[in-house]
Design a protein around this ligand. Sequence first.
Ligand SMILES: *[C@@H]1O[C@H](CO)[C@@H](O)[C@H](O)[C@H]1NC(C)=O
Length: 186
Amino acid sequence: MAKGAVMLLVLFTVLSAVSEAHRPGNRALAHGRRPGADPAAPTHLHFYFHDSSRGASPSAMRVAGPANVPLQTLFGAVYVMDDPLTERPELGSAAVGRAQGVYIGADQTAMGFLQVMNLVLTSGPYNGSSLTVLGRNNPLADVREMPITGGTGAFRFARGYAQARTHTMDLKTGDANVEYNVYVMH
Ligand SMILES: *[C@@H]1O[C@H](CO)[C@@H](O)[C@H](O)[C@H]1NC(C)=O
């Protein structure tokens, strides 16, 4: 009886592993980590984020907020972005993905955004997968840390953090080039 139950359990485990591997769209999960990667070590992603509200097709724009937004804090201003992510600091370097989401002035005494965005990866081993960031971005600090709250594809069950460092910033226009280091368990 007990032996039969063990056999059934083994059979069930094998069958569910097979059906999991064959389920459409699960290729990314099966290849969730780079071959040979230490399962206890986070995956590290490094890229540059380009936020510009200038030109004919800006990648970030203010969509709501008070008419007289305080310039020191931008409290109450709501911005939407679809910002390119690149491998190197130059905008023309290899595209890695897009940062799509919103940032909202949410601090009345300093510049501090509530930033909610999906990092949608479009090349490399994680092409087609995404990570979700939800945190506080105080852009004038040297390093800002934001939690990774989840992900899709290779990043299902993701947990981790992103560190953002300003590479260059145009104080007149607010255009920013930001270096990101993302550490994620998945
Ligand atoms: C990323 O994946 C898409 C969809 O499979 C594919 O069309 C595209 O060529 C890939 N991009 C790169 C840079 O590998």
